[in-house]
Design a protein around this ligand. Structure first.
Ligand code: GLA
Length: 397
């Protein structure tokens, strides 16, 4: 279908697993002159519904993307760590003594941070040569950082001869690397689904209870598809806005006498809060009800019922939580205008990606309409990918 101007929507397919593993091995050999002892990978994620609720002790419903970050690694006897990436020029070399809050900077913070956090937890993490190959779009709000952390965590556990280290231990180390070393005060959803995602399923995470369970998401059988729209507008979790939302929620919880907002009843009287805090809390409580409704719809085999829930979630994030952006709003409106059953921003917001639920047969048409709407508005062309629910972190070779 033709779009405004001559340009066409750009799609980001997930590379085939076997070829991607071969490619990272080849780069390792070229860089370090020897073979890695293994290849590990972890996926990016898209959150179907349940936004800005994880750090409020709530429940959310993310799924793992077919797009993965791979690492090839080999232990070193001298304790040194050498990190390089097939996508980024920045390299890093040091020892775990050089790692800590704020050090190193850039992408190596996530990889070295995990090695450091695991060794702080008592794992005998050796020195390592490591190559990263990321197929999760960077800076798109699709958790490329969690994918990197989780792939490194699995590799490190194996190199430390603890390949059966618990998911909980790995999860804590990944979140600590992100919170303390990279300085992003995120809530743990991304790492949980990168570690625990399951093909054909979304993952219902109950952060307050510390539990998770897969929920069937058989889109193909229902002739549906999830379209991810990367608006290519900067999305940052370290610039203060995310932390501010989190702080407002913590203060409101304290004022209402609970440790987390998810402990409140949906009909809690919020009139004693200042108006901004009241709206933030209202988002959290209504969003939690929408997650519950979404799970019920999926368990009843009615995924199309998610449409109105996605739209209500987006409206709440835009009006009450104020984390949307003009590009995200346009992505939602244009997708729905072209036949999507529902759409919403996904992830932290202020940029990044939106997700739309569309009839399978209309996927290309919806993407073309979003592309055309961005072009007409003078916005940078978005990029598209299809979110078929993939598997969590694993060893590939
Ligand atoms: C980011 C964070 C998550 C979560 C979402 C909002 O993706 O990493 O922990 O808080 O924002 O739902």
């Amino acid at each position: 279908m033709s779009t405004a101007g001559t340009s066409q929507p750009v799609w980001l397919p997930a590379p085939a697993d076997a070829e991607a593993a071969d490619a990272v091995i080849r780069t390792f050999r070229a860089a370090f002159g020897t073979d890695p002892v293994g290849v590990w990978s972890a996926p990016g994620r898209v959150n179907l519904i349940g936004e800005h609720v994880d750090y409020n002790g709530g429940w959310c419903l993310p799924l793992a993307l077919p797009h993965r970050t791979r690492v090839a690694a080999r232990p070193r006897a001298d304790g040194r760590v050498r990190l390089l990436s097939r996508q980024e020029e920045q390299r890093w070399e040091g020892t775990l003594v050089d790692v800590g809050p704020g050090r190193p900077r850039g992408w190596p913070a996530y990889a070295a941070g995990v090695l450091w956090a695991l060794s702080e937890r008592g794992l005998a993490v050796p020195g390592v040569d490591l190559v990263v190959d990321g197929a999760v779009p960077l800076g798109a709000g699709l958790s490329s950082s969690a994918a990197l952390e989780c792939a490194v965590a699995l590799a490190a556990a194996s190199l430390a001869e603890k390949p059966d280290a618990s998911t909980e231990l790995l999860h804590r180390a990944c979140v600590r690397a992100e919170n303390e070393v990279a300085g992003a005060p995120t809530g743990g959803m991304d790492q949980a689904v990168a570690l625990g995602g399951r093909a054909g399923h979304a993952l219902l995470l109950d952060v307050g209870r510390g539990t998770s369970r897969p929920v069937p998401l058989d889109l193909v059988r229902h002739e549906l598809a999830l379209l991810v729209i990367d608006t290519r507008t900067p999305h940052r979790l370290t610039d203060g806005q995310y932390a501010q939302r989190r702080r407002t929620c913590e203060e409101a919880a304290a004022a209402l006498g609970v440790s987390h907002l998810a402990q409140l009843h949906a009909s809690t009287d919020l009139s004693g809060l200042d108006p901004i805090a009241g709206r933030r809390v209202r988002h959290v409580l209504t969003e939690l009800a929408r997650v519950t409704a979404a799970v019920t719809a999926l368990e009843r085999g009615r995924p199309a019922d998610l449409g109105p829930l996605l739209l209500a979630s987006h409206a709440s994030l835009r009006e009450d939580y104020e984390v949307s952006s003009p590009e995200l709003d346009l992505a939602v409106t244009a997708a729905v205008g072209a036949g999507a059953a529902g759409a919403r921003m996904t992830g932290g917001g202020f940029g990044g990606s939106a997700v739309a639920l569309a009839p399978r047969g209309a996927l290309a048409e919806v993407a073309a309409a979003v592309h055309a709407a961005f072009t007409a508005a003078g916005m940078r062309a978005p990029r598209f990918l299809e979110a078929l629910p993939g598997a969590g972190a694993r060893r590939d070779r």
